[in-house]
Design a protein around this ligand. Structure first.
Ligand code: BGC
Length: 763
C-alpha cells in the first residue's frame, strides 16, 4: 500500500465525521460553490478547492490561487487595486495517447473530503468507462500552516486494469495578462505585477514514482515536468509537488532566492515531514480554538467549519495584509478589507490567537497615515480609515457599480461609510482588554485610538441646538445614504472619543515618556482633551427616553413602513424587490444597525431598552448583508433569547455551508463565520471582557447539553465548560496567574489549583 493510500484510508476509516466536510458526485454548475467551501488557506496562500482539472476539460470557473497582498490595478486607467490571482501550481494533465485520461470519469465516484482537523483536502475519482485504463485517482493538497510559503500536492493513481502508454504532465497554469514574467528557470519562476511593482517568485520541485521507484522526466521545462511510461494493471503511481512562494513589496532581482531557500528547507523535511509539521500547527490552533457542543450536531459542524476558515484566514507573520471580506477564497470584493475584520473577526483572534489579532491591528497602524490623509481631505484632523482598504490603506471603494437592474450606480460608501474609524478603535480596545499587550498599546494601539477619537471630535460639528451632529453618512444599513445622526455611527463615535480619553489618561499615568512622545508627535495637549470631553457628551444619540428607542437616523421613523413578512418567500434582497428608490424611502434595513450597536455596546441601552430596540428593528431588517444575522444572533443571545439566537446562528452558518446566499462562488463570508463564533462564545456562553476580569452569563439553547471551549486572556489559558442540563459553569485556569471571574452575580478568584464551579447559571 502506498503512502498516499494510507493517508486516504486513514482519513476515511479513522476520521471523526465532525471534523470532515464531504461532498460526493460532480455537478459542473455547483462546482464553484464546492471550490469556495473546500478552500485551503494559511493566511498567505489560498487555494480554492477546485479539482475539476482531474476530471478532464470540464471546469466551471478558472482555478484560483491567491497570495495575500499581491495587489495590482487591472488596467492602466483603473484606480481600484485587486488581488491578482497567482499561477495555478496545482495543474496536472494525465494523458492517454488519444487525449486526457479523466475525460470520462465516473462522476458519482468523485468525492471531496476536507479534513478540517488537519487542514488537508482529499479527492478521489475513478475512471471506468470509454478508456483503455480503469484508474482510481486520489489526491491530497495542503498549504502549510507551519511554513506559510509552502504548498504541497500528492496525487496517486492506481491502475486497476488495462494497458496503455500514459503521460503525466505537471505545469503551472496560465497567469492571464495579470503578471509580467521576470525570470524563468527549471526550478523557479518570478513575475512582477504590471503597475504596483510587487514581485512574486515560485520555486518548485516535483517527482513521480511508479511502484515506489522514481522515474526521470522525459521532458523538463521551467517549472514543467513530463513523464511517460506504459501503465500496467496493479501499478501505483505517486506524483508529489512541493512549491515555495514569496511575495516582495518592490521589484526585487533577488526575488527568487528566498523562494529557493524556503523550498530547500521544505525538501529537507520531505513530504512526510512537511505534512507532520503542518498537522502539528493545525493541532495547536485547534487546541486553542476548538469548541465542543453536545446535543446539536449541526451546530458542532457549523462551529468546526467556521473555526477552520477563521484559523486559515490570518497570518500573524505579515502586518502588510489583513483579512479580506472573502479571505483568500474567492474573487468577490477584490481582496479588499472592510469593518468585517475588526468587528467580526478580531474577537475570535483576540481570545484564541492574540498574535494574529495583533498583526491585523498592526496593518491598521501601518495604514494610519493613509487614514490621516483621508480625514485631512475632508477638512478634519485625526484618522478616517478607508471603507475598503487594500495594501496602502488608501480608499479603494469603487466609485460606481452595476445595480441589480443593470443600471450604473454611484457607490457612496467610500466617502460616507465612516463608522469604520470607530470599528477599528473598538477592535484595538477589545484586543487591549483581552491581552493587556502593553508594548502594542504604546507602539500602535494608543495612537490609533487617539487619532480616531480626534477625527470624531472634528467630524461631529457643534450646531445651534447645542448638540453635535454627524451629518451625511451611511451606517451599516447601506440602503439609506447621506443620512444624519445614524445611531450606530454616533454611538460608536461617542464611545471612541470616551476611549480616547481613557487611553490618554492611562498612558499619561503608566508611561509618561510614551505620553510625551505621543503628545509631541500628535500635537495633542490638555486643551484638546478637554474639548473631547465636551464633544463626547454633546453628540446626538437619537435616543428617545419616552419610547426607549434609538432612531436609526434623523427622520427614519417618518419613512414608509413595509411589512417584510409579506415577502417571506423572496429569493432576492429587499432593495431588488422594492427597487432602490422605494427602499430608500422606507423603513427597510439592509442589515443590523441599531441592533449592531446593541450587540457591540449593550451598555449604551438603558434599562430594558435593549429588548425594546431589538423588537422594533428586527422586523424591519431584510438581512441583505451576510453580516446581519450574526449581529442579531449576538444581540438576541445577550438578551437571553437563546432560541431566537440559535435560529440566527443556524442561518449565519448556512450562508456558506448550505448555499443560502447567492454569492458563495465568490468566496466564503468570513465575517458571518466570525459571527457564528461570536454568537456561541459572546452570546450563548455570555463571555464579556471587563477591565478587571472576565465575565460569563451563559444562556444555552435548549438542545445544547453542553458547551466547552478554551480561551486565552492576558497570558493565561482557560478551559470553560457549561453544562446546559445541570446549569453548571466550570472555569479552569491551565496556565497563568490567578484572576477574577464574574458569574452568577458574584466575583471569584480562580487559580491553577483553584478552578471555579458555579451552579444555577445558564437558564
Ligand atoms: C455589507 C458591508 C460589508 C461588505 C463586505 C456589504 O454588503 O453591507 O457591511 O462590510 O459587504 O462584507
Amino acid at each position: 500500500m502506498s503512502v498516499a493510500d494510507t493517508l486516504a484510508e486513514d482519513m476515511i476509516a479513522g476520521g471523526d465525521p465532525s471534523w470532515l466536510l464531504r461532498e460526493t458526485g460532480y455537478e459542473l454548475l455547483r462546482e464553484s460553490t464546492f471550490e469556495t467551501r473546500f478552500a485551503l488557506s494559511n493566511g498567505f496562500l489560498g487555494v480554492r478547492g477546485g479539482l475539476a482539472s482531474h476530471l478532464g476539460a470540464c471546469r466551471a470557473v478558472p482555478p484560483r490561487i491567491y497570495v495575500a497582498g499581491l495587489f495590482d490595478t487591472p488596467t492602466p486607467d483603473s484606480v481600484v487595486p485587486e488581488l491578482v490571482p497567482a499561477p495555478d501550481w496545482t495543474q496536472v494533465r494525465i494523458l492517454l495517447p488519444d487525449g486526457p485520461l479523466m475525460r470520462c470519469p465516473d462522476r458519482s465516484s468523485r468525492a471531496l473530503t476536507l479534513d478540517m482537523r488537519r487542514g488537508a483536502l482529499f479527492m478521489e475519482a475513478r475512471q471506468t468507462c470509454n478508456a483503455p485504463l480503469d484508474v482510481c485517482l486520489r489526491s491530497l493538497r495542503l498549504v502549510s500552516l507551519h511554513a506559510r510559503a509552502i504548498g504541497m500536492q500528492v496525487i496517486e493513481l492506481r491502475i486497476e486494469s488495462g494497458v496503455s502508454d500514459l503521460t503525466f504532465e505537471a505545469a503551472f497554469g496560465p497567469t492571464d495578462f495579470e503578471l509580467a514574467p521576470e525570470r524563468a528557470e527549471l526550478d523557479l519562476k518570478a513575475w512582477r505585477t504590471w503597475r504596483s511593482g510587487r514581485s512574486l517568485a515560485i520555486a518548485a520541485a516535483a517527482s513521480l514514482e511508479v511502484d515506489g521507484i522514481e522515474r526521470q522526466p522525459v521532458m523538463r521545462g521551467d517549472l514543467t515536468w513530463n513523464w511517460s511510461w506504459t501503465a500496467q494493471p496493479g501499478q501505483i503511481v505517486t506524483f508529489r509537488r512541493i512549491i515555495a512562494v514569496t511575495r516582495h513589496h518592490a521589484t526585487d532581482v533577488h526575488a527568487g532566492a528566498r523562494a529557493r531557500k524556503e523550498l530547500a528547507a521544505a525538501r529537507t523535511l520531505g513530504w512526510r515531514g512537511i505534512l507532520a509539521r503542518h498537522e502539528a500547527a493545525w493541532a495547536e490552533r485547534w487546541r486553542c480554538s476548538d469548541i465542543r457542543v453536545t446535543g446539536d450536531d449541526a451546530a458542532q459542524a457549523a462551529l468546526r467549519f467556521a473555526i477552520y476558515h477563521l484559523n486559515g484566514a490570518a497570518n500573524p507573520e505579515d502586518p502588510h495584509v489583513s483579512v479580506a471580506a472573502r479571505a483568500l477564497t474567492g474573487d468577490d470584493y477584490r481582496g479588499h478589507v472592510f469593518w468585517d475584520t475588526e468587528i467580526f473577526l478580531v474577537p475570535f483572534y483576540a481570545l484564541t490567537w492574540p498574535e494574529a489579532a495583533r498583526t491585523l491591528l498592526m496593518y491598521r497602524f501601518r495604514t494610519l497615515d493613509a487614514a490621516r490623509a483621508k480625514a485631512a481631505q475632508m477638512g478634519c484632523r485625526g484618522a478616517l480609515y478607508a471603507w475598503e482598504s487594500a495594501d496602502s490603506g488608501s480608499e479603494v471603494t469603487p466609485a460606481q457599480t452595476v445595480g441589480p437592474d443593470r443600471k450604473i450606480l454611484d457607490v457612496l460608501c467610500g466617502s460616507q461609510e465612516q463608522h469604520i474609524s470607530a470599528d477599528v478603535a473598538y477592535a484595538v480596545w477589545q484586543y487591549w482588554q483581552a491581552t493587556e499587550d502593553e508594548a502594542f498599546l504604546q507602539e500602535a494601539g494608543a495612537e490609533i485610538i487617539l487619532e480616531t477619537a480626534r477625527f470624531w471630535t472634528w467630524r461631529a460639528a457643534l450646531e445651534a441646538d447645542g448638540r453635535r451632529h454627524i451629518r451625511t453618512v451611511i451606517g451599516p444599513d447601506e440602503y439609506h445614504e447621506g443620512v444624519d445622526d445614524n445611531a450606530f455611527t454616533n454611538g460608536m463615535a461617542r464611545w471612541t472619543i470616551a476611549r480616547g480619553l481613557d487611553v490618554a489618561a492611562l498612558v499619561q499615568a503608566r508611561w509618561p515618556e510614551t505620553w510625551a512622545r505621543l503628545a509631541r508627535s500628535l500635537d495633542l495637549g490638555e486643551p484638546e482633551l478637554a474639548h473631547w470631553r465636551e464633544a463626547a457628551e454633546a453628540i446626538a444619540t437619537g435616543f428617545d427616553p419616552a419610547t426607549g428607542l434609538f432612531e436609526q437616523f434623523a427622520g427614519f421613523s417618518a419613512l414608509e413602513t413595509v411589512d417584510l413578512n409579506a415577502y417571506a418567500g423572496r429569493s432576492v434582497p429587499m432593495d431588488v424587490v422594492l427597487g432602490r428608490e422605494r427602499t430608500q424611502r422606507a423603513q427597510v434595513i439592509k442589515q443590523a444597525d441599531v441592533v449592531a450597536l446593541l450587540a457591540l455596546l449593550p451598555e449604551a441601552f438603558p434599562g430594558a431598552s435593549g429588548g425594546t430596540n431589538f423588537d422594533h428593528y428586527e422586523p424591519r431588517c431584510g438581512h441583505g448583508s451576510s453580516l446581519s444575522r450574526a449581529m442579531h444572533g449576538l444581540a438576541a443571545a445577550r438578551l437571553g433569547r437563546a432560541e431566537a439566537a440559535l435560529s440566527y446562528f443556524r442561518r449565519s452558518a448556512a450562508i456558506d455551508l448550505a448555499d443560502t446566499h447567492v454569492a458563495i462562488g465568490g468566496g466564503i463570508h468570513v465575517a458571518a463565520l466570525g459571527g457564528v463564533w461570536m454568537i456561541a462564545i459572546l452570546g450563548f456562553a455570555g463571555l464579556s471582557l471587563r477591565a478587571d476580569g472576565l465575565a460569563f452569563d451563559p444562556c444555552l439553547p435548549a438542545d445544547w447539553q453542553s458547551l466547552d471551549f478554551r480561551i486565552r486572556w492576558r497570558g493565561r489559558d482557560l478551559a470553560v465548560a457549561i453544562d446546559g442540563t445541570t446549569r453548571v459553569l466550570r472555569v479552569a485556569l491551565d496556565r497563568g496567574a490567578p484572576m477574577t471571574v464574574f458569574a452568577g452575580g458574584a466575583a471569584f478568584v480562580i487559580a491553577m489549583d483553584r478552578p471555579l464551579t458555579v451552579e444555577g447559571v445558564g437558564g
